[in-house]
Design a protein around this ligand. Structure first.
Ligand SMILES: O=C(CO)COP(=O)(O)O
Length: 128
């Protein structure tokens, strides 16, 4: 069976947190294709070199839009996006557009670690 794809993205202040999250859940993530924005993808690969990560452009250069287009094409089944609500972003409209498409296409979307942990807990439980 074809692996499903999970999108992983983090803003700069949240990248340590997402790298840690990916490391802790690396065994689960091995069962998925991962797509990430450029810098985030690099951080995930540093933490978990064994994972298959497709790196798109960096967020401010269009990476969020690329992942949004993949969602519109039905190619992404979950979005984990550790956002930074305390820093202004030049590409805020792209971030909002990505969240909008995840909502339009009704894919599970976690915007913080607490929600992501619960989604992954749910996936772990449904595997056992
Ligand atoms: O800005 C981002 C998401 O909006 C993330 O992009 P990077 O992973 O390239 O830093």
């Amino acid at each position: 069976m074809q692996k499903q794809t999970i999108a992983l993205i983090a803003h700069d202040q949240k990248k340590d947190d997402l790298a840690d999250f990916a490391f802790i859940h690396r065994d689960l993530l091995k069962g998925y294709n991962i797509v990430a924005t450029g810098t985030t993808g690099g951080r995930i690969l540093d933490a978990c070199p064994e994972l298959s990560v497709r790196r798109m452009k960096s967020g401010p250069l269009g990476g969020d839009q690329q992942i949004g287009a993949m969602i519109a094409e039905g190619e992404v089944s979950m979005l984990i996006f550790f956002t930074d609500p305390l820093t202004a972003m030049p590409h805020d409209v792209d971030v909002k557009a990505l969240m909008r498409l995840a909502t339009v296409y009704d894919i599970p979307m976690a915007l913080n670690r607490a929600t992501a942990e619960r989604l992954f807990q749910n996936m772990t439980n449904s595997r056992t």
